[in-house]
Each structure stands twice: as C-alpha cells, then as structure tokens.
Design a protein around this ligand. Sequence first.
Ligand code: NAD
Ligand code: TYD
Length: 356
Amino acid sequence: MAQSFSRNILVTGGAGFIGSHVVRLFVNKYPDYRIINLDKLTYAGNLANLKDIKDRPNYVFVKGDICELDDMLSLFEQYAIDGVIHLAAESHVDRSIKDPFTFARTNVMGTLSLLQAAKMTWEGDYAGKRFYHISTDEVYGALDFDETLFTEDTRYNPHSPYSASKASSDHFVRAYHDTYGLPVVISNCSNNYGPYQFPEKLIPLFIHNIRHNKPLPVYGKGENVRDWLFVEDHARAIDVIFHHGRDGETYNIGGFNEWKNIDLIRVIVRTVDRLLNRPEGASDHLITFVTDRAGHDLRYAIDSSKLKNELGWEPSLQFEEGIEKTVRWYLDNQEWMDNVTSGDYQRYYDEMYANR
Ligand code: NAD
Ligand code: TYD
C-alpha cells in the first residue's frame, strides 16, 4: 500500500546550495512529510548534492521551471502541496550585473507564478497551509562601517540587479498576504558558506584556486564586509521558521559574524595551506587585487535577535570551526568539484531520472 504523508512540502531550488541542505534536513528529520524538490537544474542545480537521499520514500524530484504557471498548478494538484519553501532563484550578484533580465524573470516572475499557483490551488482554504519565501539581507542595501545592523524594520534599498529582484519578490509575497490573505512568512539571511556551494562564490572559488595555485581575484581593496553563516545553521533556522514563525512576519537570519573580505581570505589561505601540508605563507602570493565589482555593497550585517528571542534559534558553529569543516569538505570532495568545473554534473539528471 502506498505510504500516506502528513504533509506535502514543495521545496523549490532544492538542487542548489542552500536548498540541498534544506531538503536533506527535512527528508531525514520528517519521515512522515513528503518533500517534493522542484528544480530547473540551471548551471547552479546539481543532483549530486542529494545523492545520499535520492532513493528515500519521502523524497520526490521534479525537473521544472517556477515561471511556468500551468506546470506549477499541475504540481500543486498532483502532490496536494500544503507547504512551500521557496529557494529557487538566480543568486549570483556578478551574473546579475551581466544579465539582469534572467534575474527579473526567475526571481520576480517565478515567485509571482508560485504565489499565484498557491492562491489558486488553496482557494482561500488556508488552514494548515504555509508559503515560506527565502530571501537575502542584500535587499536592505549597504551599511557604512559605523552603522548599526540591519533589522526587520530597515528600509529596503537594493543596489544590484540581484538584490533588486529579490526585494521585488519579497514585496509580491507581502502583497499576496495583505491582498488575498495567503499565509506567508519571509526570512532574510546573510551570506552562507559550507559544502555544495557553486564555485563562483567567494569561499569555494578561493579554496579551489588555492588548491590549484591559481590567482585569487580580490575585488577592490578587499575592504568589503560580509556576515557569514554556516549553511546548516541556515537550514535549521528555515526549519524553525517554517514550523513556528508567525503568519505575515519577517525574520532576519545572521551569524553576528562580520569579516572584512581580505581578512577572511587570509584565513582561507592559511587553512588550505595547512590542510595540504604546505608551508605557512606558501599561497599568499596568489592574492591578486582586481577591478572592483560595479556598485559593490560595502557592508552587510544582520541583527537576528528577533529570531533568537521569539523562536530560540542561534547559530551553532563558531566561524573558525565552520571554515575548517568547509575547507576540509572541499578538499575531501575533489570529485564533486571536478564534476562541477568540467560541467559533467549536468548529466546526472539523465542518469538518475530521465529513463524512469
Ligand atoms: P543557488 O544558485 O545555489 O541555487 C539556486 C537553485 O535554484 C538551483 O538549483 C537552480 O537550478 C534553481 N533554479 C534557478 N532558476 C530556477 C527556475 N526558474 N525554476 C526552478 N528552479 C530554478 O542558490 P543558493 O545560494 O542556494 O540560494 C538559495 C536561495 O537563498 C535564493 O533564493 C537566494 O536568494 C537565497 N539566499 C542565498 C544566500 C547565500 O549566501 N547563498 C544568502 C541569503 C539568501
Ligand atoms: P559573493 O560570494 O559573490 O557573495 P555576495 O556578493 O552575495 O556577498 O562575494 C562575497 C564577497 O567577496 C563580496 O564582497 C564580493 C567578494 N568577491 C571577491 O572579492 N572576489 C571574487 O572572486 C568573488 C566571487 C567575490
């Protein structure tokens, strides 16, 4: 007899970096929930991120595009979706500077089509339903060195096409709550790091380059500040907010862990050299200052005390521990990295699902 599930939760973008950690956490922790992972498998989606749970009875993978409203409506119907954790997005600022339209399509129109699918399927019967939108601290713009942290009340002031598209999607989520009563919750998180991050982002890119003795392109003077959170701590926060966050609320998620890029880069260089048994300082010469990113936000820093006070969430890892764990993971998982850098990972879908 087919197993029946207490909940059917649609996770979008589950083959990406953060999404894969969320899917793994939910599949393992809630065997009575069915987790439907909907992902378009863009360059950022990698099914190898979920190899360990792919055959679980409470896990389903569906290849699809959040922008296709008819497909989303069929999916909601087919799986009787009662909860959404929406992570699918274009997520890299540098790509958004080159191609803003793709960001508007996926992040704005894609979110809108999911909201509409939820509204049309649930038809005002919102008991037990939840639409959880995952967003970023970048919607708040940039802080000066002496400014206080972003709170949930900080005015939206996005600068990059990426953050503008995420800000717009947040506004649509709130509009569906205020206009149609859709039960929504939003969180805005700081920079994540950890296993399975695509090596276009600072930390995995630099670990990879140090290993292969390639230059480390530091934008500008390396003075920009980011607030770093270990990805599994973000996934835990998502679990807590999905289950206990108040309807219509926003929660900031951050590590109270600000690092100037150049200081962080020096920690990474030291850690990789040590773990590869290279002499201290061996890779320092790879650090290369390059032209700054256009409109480069100076500083992000998040105040996540609302989440701590209301829902009891706190980061579990000290940064030193998290970065050591992360560097080790990338060094130990060279095959994962090789498949990503060669493009080989894009054949996993055909191998795993296409001929079923
Ligand atoms: P990612 O780029 O690693 O993954 C995005 C996933 O979305 C990929 O699997 C991709 O295939 C999928 N996708 C893209 N377009 C799609 C579409 N049209 N339909 C279906 N799937 C599609 O991103 P990430 O870093 O894991 O970020 C996930 C979410 O968290 C994003 O919404 C991002 O804005 C947000 N966020 C990220 C960070 C961070 O530091 N990475 C911090 C705060 C918030
Ligand atoms: P990134 O990982 O792209 O995240 P975000 O832009 O969303 O914060 O970049 C983190 C910081 O590192 C950011 O200040 C830009 C900087 N950076 C570099 O200096 N060199 C690089 O090659 C990359 C990818 C980022």
